[in-house]
Design a binder for this molecule. Structure first.
Ligand code: G6P
Length: 614
């Protein structure tokens, strides 16, 4: 993970770098640092903690420079402290680097460098890389920083998004990428580099996303692109990004997460907009057009994902199996990639990822491609690695999600999966017209219904207040609402550090019921669907053991209102789109508990938004 920002041009780099780091803090935030050329010297300032601490630390320093590199870290090798923070300087001081990713053979490289009398001040793999570059440079007669970087990278096994400054070539940045994203914004006589486009978008919309093995050599007025292996210039592919600066701001909300929860009526509409024919109501997914014949012939669909995206995948499984009658398997990418799975050429592998950069998901799609499967993606970040490496796909159009705990990306994924399932159901002629129109009409009605749920936020806040001091919570659901229970529990644990477990309600008897007493809140997602009666029985079982029940119920459910401690109401909807409504009170519940416990909602401890390490 980690976030990288760099600038070269004629402006003062420091404020650009700090602002950029703040935008990238979702990628990691245990320490931050910056390297600047001040009066001809390369000054490095770095600090444990968030970017604001680095800013305080730099307040009385001379930070004026037209070139600079900066980094916000999520520790992999070496504890988060000032020393292990980036940028890292090589032993003789020729090179200063920022690095995102993992150098897997760093132990070996470290040994080799130690044998050449190199010594190290910290514990990171990145410091080894800085020294490896320096070693190549010195061995090569200090001829060219670019050659040294390219030579060093041929010896590296692992992942890197890398930006390098060299003392002897002061007006130049060298950037490289393998498996860790790096974007370069093209300005007039200036370049902006960052792990994603969010720090760049307010300065320029013309961006080059580096491909694996690309090496970019930048001066204020030149951009040369080569690869690690070849000393030949290649033409960069300049793309235009459409994201607006407004999308990156909190818009008056206290936290990005709250803003993103409230964004959902719009983002869900954005996810289906233009994809449902206004009259015929047929679903049209432009990104899948060319591969639709092959999807239609698939013997099964394997969905791979991690975290919240995996929960969306489960809903996708239920939808596609029920309505398109195609077998679906849902896999954790981290398991799938290593367990030698059977993948056939008539399989469709569908990767779901908000960031489009999750290392395990990326590795799993590469595996599936090697085996000849058709590989599709459902991604939120346009131009992300997964979006580029899949054969075809569907963007979720949820806009930039900053809160580490995913909310609007989840509902956008579920929306897209519903569209996909309906499209496949039509292709396979497996759905009745009546069912089809019901689902589509109810999907289109979801944004307005979410607004009704959001209007009740004060009530949910009061319920959260009651339960904020509990140490444990159980979440139960059945059918389409089982993944919602999993997602609700994940939200609570991610941002409030309360231990929360999600379970299929029918599984409660096989273990979790042993936890139930008067101290544990049990959140039951109990909307009126085909499982309702069964869920009510589960609620009775919890009540009999004095558990406190908070139920998400369909409006007007007087039975449950009288039976449970607290209710959160959602409007009536077709059961297959009810997850989109039922998850919203659970997001708000987790949010308000987190706030009242004084937790860092947007940047919870130990987590990162984009997990680019396995
Ligand atoms: C991290 C994030 C989660 C996310 C998961 C998968 O753990 O904190 O919110 O669900 O990664 O990420 P992806 O970008 O692939 O959906």
């Amino acid at each position: 993970m980690c976030g990288i920002v760099a600038y070269i041009g004629t402006k003062n780099a420091y404020p650009i770098l700090i602002k950029g780091l703040k935008r990238l803090e979702y990628r990691g935030y245990d320490s931050a640092g910056v390297a600047l050329k001040v009066n001809g010297n390369t000054e490095i300032y770095k600090k444990k903690g968030k970017v604001s601490e680095l800013e305080n630390f730099c307040a009385d320093k001379n930070t004026f420079s037209n070139i600079g590199i900066a980094h916000t870290r999520w520790a992999t090798h070496g504890e988060p402290n000032d020393i292990n923070a980036h940028p890292h300087r090589s032993m003789k001081g020729h090179f200063t680097i920022i690095h995102n990713g993992i150098i897997e053979n760093y132990e070996r490289l470290k040994k080799d460098l130690a044998a050449k009398n190199y010594s190290f001040y910290g514990e990171t793999d990145s410091e080894i890389l800085a020294n490896l570059i320096e070693y190549m440079y010195v061995e090569d007669g200090m001829r060219s920083a670019e050659v040294a970087v390219r030579m060093a990278l041929t010896r590296v096994v692992g992942a890197y998004g890398l930006v390098v400054m060299c003392n002897n070539e002061p007006n130049k940045l060298i950037a490289a990428r393998k498996s860790s994203p790096l974007a370069i914004g093209l300005g007039e006589g200036e370049y902006y580099l960052a792990s994603d486009a969010t720090p760049i978008v307010e300065y320029t919309r013309n961006v080059v996303y580096l491909n694996d093995s690309d090496v970019a050599i930048l001066t204020p007025d030149s951009f040369t692109l080569k690869t690690v292996q070849k000393d030949e210039e290649i033409t960069p592919d300049v793309q235009r990004i459409e994201m607006s600066v407004g999308e990156l701001e909190k818009n008056g909300f206290d936290h990005f997460m709250l803003k993103e929860i409230f964004d959902q009526p719009r983002t869900i509409a954005d996810s289906f907009r233009g994809r449902i024919h206004p009259e015929t109501k047929e679903v049209f997914l432009g990104g899948l057009n060319e591969v639709m014949p092959r999807i239609a012939e698939a013997k099964r669909i394997i969905i791979i994902a991690c975290g919240t995206s995996w929960h969306a995948a489960l809903i996708g499984e239920y939808l596609v199996e029920e309505y398109a009658q195609v077998p679906v398997e849902v896999e954790y990418a981290s398991e799938y990639r290593y367990r030698r799975p059977i993948i056939r050429e008539d399989d469709v592998v569908l990767a779901i990822s908000q960031s489009g950069e999750t290392a395990d998901t990326l590795a799993a799609i590469r595996l599936a491609k090697e085996k000849g499967a058709l590989v599709l993606g459902i991604c939120n970040v346009v131009g992300s690695s997964i979006a580029r490496e899949t054969h075809a796909g569907i963007y979720t159009h949820a806009g930039v999600e900053i809160g580490v705990a995913s909310t609007k990306a989840f509902t956008a994924q579920v929306t897209v999966l519903t569209l996909l399932a309906m499209r496949l159901a039509r292709v396979h002629k497996a759905i009745s017209d009546e069912r089809y129109y019901n689902v589509i009409n109810d999907l289109m009605a979801i944004p307005d219904k979410i607004n009704l749920v959001l209007e009740k936020h004060e009530q949910i806040k009061q319920i959260a207040e009651k339960y904020k001091d509990n140490d444990n919570a159980l979440y139960l659901g059945r059918g389409y609402l089982f993944p919602v229970a999993l997602e609700g529990a994940l939200k609570l644990k991610e941002i409030s550090y309360i231990h929360a477990e999600g379970y299929a309600a029918g599984e409660m008897k096989h273990g979790p019921i042993a936890l139930v007493d008067s101290n544990i809140p049990v959140v039951v997602v109990a909307a009126k669907d085909r499982y309702y009666e069964k869920v009510v029985s589960n609620i009775q079982e919890v009540k009999a053991r004095k558990g406190n029940i908070i139920a998400v119920v369909t409006e007007g459910d007087s039975l449950l209102r009288d039976m449970v401690e607290d209710i959160m109401e959602i409007p009536k909807s077709d059961e297959v789109v009810t997850p989109l409504l039922a998850v919203v009170p659970l997001q708000l519940f987790a949010y308000y508990i987190s706030v009242s416990r004084g937790c860092d909602v947007d940047q919870p401890r130990n987590l990162a938004k984009s997990v680019t390490v396995e």
